[in-house]
Design a protein around this ligand. Sequence first.
Ligand SMILES: [Zn+2]
Length: 414
Amino acid sequence: MPLTTHIAPVVVTMTGGPPIRDGAIAVDGDRIAAVGPAEEVAERHPGARVRRWDGILTPGLVNAHTHLQYTDFAHLASSGLPFPEWLAAMNRERADYTEARWQESARRGVHLMLRSGTTAVADVVTDPCVLTPVDRSGIRGISYLEVISDTPRWRRERRAKLLAVLETPLSRTLGVSPHTPYTVGTAAFVDAVAIARARGLRIHPHLAESAHETEFVRDGTGPLAELNRVVGFAHELLATGSGSTPTAYLDSIDALGADVHVAHGVHLDAADRAVLRKRGTAVALCVRSNKILDAGEPPVADYLAEGSPIALGTDSPASSPSLDLWEEAAAVRELALRQGYTATDLDARLVEAATVGGAAAMGLSGAGTLAQGNRADFAVFAVPVDGDPYTALVTEGGGRCIGTVLGGRMVHRR
Ligand SMILES: [Zn+2]
């Protein structure tokens, strides 16, 4: 197959250099053969097919937190239910789902990702039946197997179940997602993390999403204690609590580290944020989901000013208006500005979070950047090309993806 050269008025590589005006990338099979000014790339690959794009060409976006199987639950996001009732509604609906419906919903999620320029995802998997369709789609990233269990159930059955699913033959990388500090018993959490680490797998819990979570972890009380009682979970923290914030609690059980990234990170004080930085644990911000579930606002301006590793996630349509990562970035931008972040690097930092930041959060090498030898995963957005490209992407990139290439294959074109 001949090489293809993709030419665009602006190519954003995210490898450290400035955006390339009149840039190009050459694609050979599933790999990037060259990146640079269009003239140079054309000289080096004279026989290549040429495709000209009108927009900004970027690395494929990296969505650092979603649940693809819940794509068809969008009506829940508009239900206006407070979190405990939302969770109960979610569980009622789950009961009606067959494997075929989960798979269909996950496939639709992958489709929406690709249509909006996302080529890698951190997907939290509750029902392992979705692993195969997501694997077959070729989308990159990690499928994190979710653990929700108190310690007695974990020891009785759920540990063995996780071990069995970890044996599934897939080309896709697996990880482990101990769901939250309040839905996984302490000993079960410690063991799930140990299982992941023994296999060199990455770990991705939800952390510090709501004030209720802080109350439960610190004091063992509140609506989430009630939820534990209703579902009959014998959580170690019930009634007594740990006396710590959720972040300090996870750190005390050695569940943070450079092999971990967390979703949400809303209720963290300065000491908590320092712990995440020290451990090298990135936060996948999902501010639109936080708003819909009335969870609070993450300290985005502080994360940026302090240099905490951040990534962007959409969460699932059950609690989010879309799976479009630029729409999430625009919401994060607005929040950062409202919180007083005034540095001029804001848009560049958000594009980083949507690309290299997400790849780093998941430990994906060669993703989130355009560089020779990387897999050819990229996207093009029909946004103004004359001004600052980062600002154009963050403020106008939502809904404007005109092409997505996954492993050298065009998977979306508009
Ligand atoms: Zn989530």
